[in-house]
Design a protein around this ligand. Structure first.
Ligand SMILES: NC(=O)c1ccc[n+]([C@@H]2O[C@H](COP(=O)([O-])OP(=O)(O)OC[C@H]3O[C@@H](n4cnc5c(N)ncnc54)[C@H](O)[C@@H]3O)[C@@H](O)[C@H]2O)c1
Length: 259
């Protein structure tokens, strides 16, 4: 178990990739705080971790609020004694043509996908700088490496997450705190499932046919990712096996993104 005795906070830990990360970090021995704006979802994740024999707590936290991110870190300290690992996973995508894109939606994406990463990091650093140890893993995206049509706000935030990661990696290296980003391709979470089901109906295809047309045929490894694929990369970067890796981005895209 690579993370025995470590304490981890996972934002957006209530569903999808965040839930997969909570399960994997706990399976590697970490105590995990699943923090999510949706408390019920976070509690479900914590219950799943405990069912699997791990140690977990849940809390409601909105990463766009600094008082919430401070409380989130304090809750992990109260429950597990410290914070060693922060996974900035909470994020979302709302697609649209740039000329029609609502300003409020743009601001919401910037707040959640970018400012949320900044605020959670700032809160966690209060503990990590003191102990001179930390592993920060930020979930960017393939869309943080290459632009996509009708995805300009999301791409802006995910490119931004990589810039943020590289900058803080430089600032924090002397304090034995690493910061890395993971760039998933398409992952079969509820978000993708409902979008594929929706367009499958419109295109008169089965779910599997639509999944193939939208994602699998563009993916060299020939399948869509599961949350565990991303979680495995996060667990590695959060572990001491990755102690000489900082400021890097790890693609988990089945070969779709290579730079
Ligand atoms: N699913 C994919 O194909 C894919 C691909 C690349 C990158 N990503 C990234 O992975 C991350 C997780 O994506 P997912 O597909 O699991 O999404 P998801 O919608 O299944 O999960 C996101 C979680 O974040 C929570 N959340 C939303 N707003 C929040 C807030 N203000 N504060 C705290 N929690 C909040 C939600 O309640 C939800 O539990 C995101 O950053 C996303 O951009 C996803």
């Amino acid at each position: 178990m690579r993370l025995q005795g470590k304490s981890a906070v996972v934002t957006g830990g209530g569903s999808g990739i965040g839930r997969g990360i909570c399960l994997k970090l706990a399976a590697e021995g970490a105590s995990v705080l699943a923090a999510d704006i949706n408390l019920k979802a976070a509690e479900e994740t914590a219950a799943l971790v405990r069912e699997a024999g791990g140690n977990a707590a849940a809390m409601k936290a909105d990463v766009t609020s600094s008082s919430d991110t401070d409380a989130m870190v304090q809750a992990a300290v109260d429950a597990f004694g410290t914070v060693d690992i922060l996974v900035n996973n909470a994020g979302t995508d709302v697609k649209g043509a740039v000329q029609e894109y609502p300003e409020e939606t743009w601001d919401k994406l910037m707040d959640l996908n970018l400012k949320g990463v900044f605020l959670s990091t700032k809160s966690a650093l209060k503990v990590m700088l003191e102990k001179k140890y930390g592993r920060i893993v930020n979930i960017s995206s393939m869309a943080g490496k290459t632009g996509e049509a009708f995805t300009s706000p999301y791409c802006t935030t995910k490119f931004g997450v990589i810039g943020f990661t590289q900058s803080i990696a430089l600032e924090l290296a002397a304090d034995n705190i690493t910061a890395n980003a993971v760039c998933p391709g398409a992952v079969e979470t509820d978000l993708i499932k409902s979008s594929v089901s929706g367009t499958a109906k419109l295109n008169n295809r089965t779910y599997e046919e639509e999944l193939y047309e939208k994602f699998i045929k563009f993916t060299p490894l020939g399948r869509i990712a599961q949350p565990e694929d991303v979680a495995n990369a996060v667990a590695f970067l959060a572990s001491d096996e990755a102690s000489y890796i900082t400021g890097s981005t790890l693609n988990v895209s089945g070969g779709r993104e290579m730079h």
